[in-house]
Design a protein around this ligand. Structure first.
Ligand code: KIV
Length: 272
């Protein structure tokens, strides 16, 4: 009889329970194979709409549509067993009304089997967050720099660099916490502001370009692997995967050109 070890997935409430405790580790993932590698080391995997830029070559996340998120969400759920999988709601799929957001979030949850969704926005999204949570959908919020609003903001600009901007951002973080979000991403904001928000709200803050004081951290996996051509200042490259891929491809091209590949160990002989 084979005994299979049952791996239990981390849940959204378990992430909330980590407020003020052991830091929450997370990364983006868009495919089954990176999800499988990261699964053991992260608490949640975010199928971020950054996949539009990282994987599909768009200039921003604005063109990303729901079907694309669902396709990548399915792959990440298939590749992982332990980490909570959170799927981003793309631009245009949730802003119109709470009921439109519910319809699209239900599609994401049913079709991918993920454990939660994420959406961008503060006070103006609080009603929608409350509506989704009351109907069984765990929501991670996202305030500070919200890349889906790039055309209104005018660029990928760090938020809260002057103190007169702080109150609005703090009010956003408090509003999404009060609305029932299980955690909130703080993206690209002045370090003391992120630390202050972390101290003042009841749900975990997940920093990206924010503060080491946040309850957890997230990075785009390709950025921290050293696979992205350009990375923002707040990224630390923990690997040199881009260089390693290029080296391997160059060696392969040379081997094909000088006919040293395939060698005899890579070919099949006749059996008789
Ligand atoms: O889309 C994404 O990858 C994100 C992270 C940067 C938090 O939202």
């Amino acid at each position: 009889m084979s005994v299979q070890k049952q791996v239990r997935r981390i849940t959204a409430p378990q992430i909330t329970a980590r407020k003020g405790g052991e830091p929450i580790v997370s990364l983006t993932s868009y495919h089954a194979h990176t999800a499988a590698i990261a699964d053991e080391y992260v608490d949640f995997l975010l199928v971020g709409d950054s996949l539009g830029m990282v994987m599909h070559g768009f200039e921003s996340t604005v063109p990303v549509h729901l079907d694309l998120m669902i396709m990548h969400g399915k792959a990440v759920v298939r590749g992982s067993a332990r980490a909570l999988v959170v799927v981003d709601m793309p631009f245009g799929s949730y802003e119109e009304s709470p009921s439109a957001a519910f319809r699209n979030a239900v599609r994401v949850m049913k079709e991918t089997d993920c454990g939660a969704v994420k959406l961008e926005g503060g006070r103006h999204m609080a009603e929608t967050i409350e509506y989704l949570v009351a109907r069984g959908i765990p929501v991670m919020a996202h305030v500070g720099l919200t890349p889906q609003s790039i055309n209104v903001i005018g660029g990928f600009k760090t938020q809260g660099r002057t103190r007169d901007q702080w109150k609005a951002i703090e009010d956003d973080a408090k509003a999404v916490a009060d609305a029932g979000a299980f955690a909130v991403v703080l993206e690209a904001m002045a370090e003391p502001l992120a630390a202050r928000i972390t101290k003042s709200i009841s749900i975990p803050t997940i920093g990206i370009g924010a503060s080491a004081e946040c309850d957890g951290q997230i990075l785009v996996m390709e950025d921290m692997l050293g696979l992205s051509p350009r990375v923002p200042k707040f990224v630390k490259e923990f690997g040199e995967v881009g260089k390693s891929i290029e080296r391997a491809i160059k060696l392969y091209a040379e081997a094909v050109t000088d006919r040293s590949f395939p060698a005899s160990e890579n070919t099949y002989d006749v059996k008789d």
